[in-house]
Design a protein around this ligand. Sequence first.
Ligand SMILES: [Zn+2]
Length: 64
Amino acid sequence: MLHVTCFLCKKNYTIDHSDSQYQKIKRNPKAYYVCKKCNKSMKEEVQQKTGINPDMIDKYDKYL
Ligand SMILES: [Zn+2]
């Protein structure tokens, strides 16, 4: 279990290995965590603004 703070909404979460970002945070504790809710709304927002498909946004996610 890891305690993380969402980069966008600043809420605290506890994640485990079932979370897709768990391995990323575990490898690099300074990596930013974006909760599922923010992740979803961010992707939708980017998609609406840019028309970029979700595969492209996954690459964008790595910059966070
Ligand atoms: Zn959030």
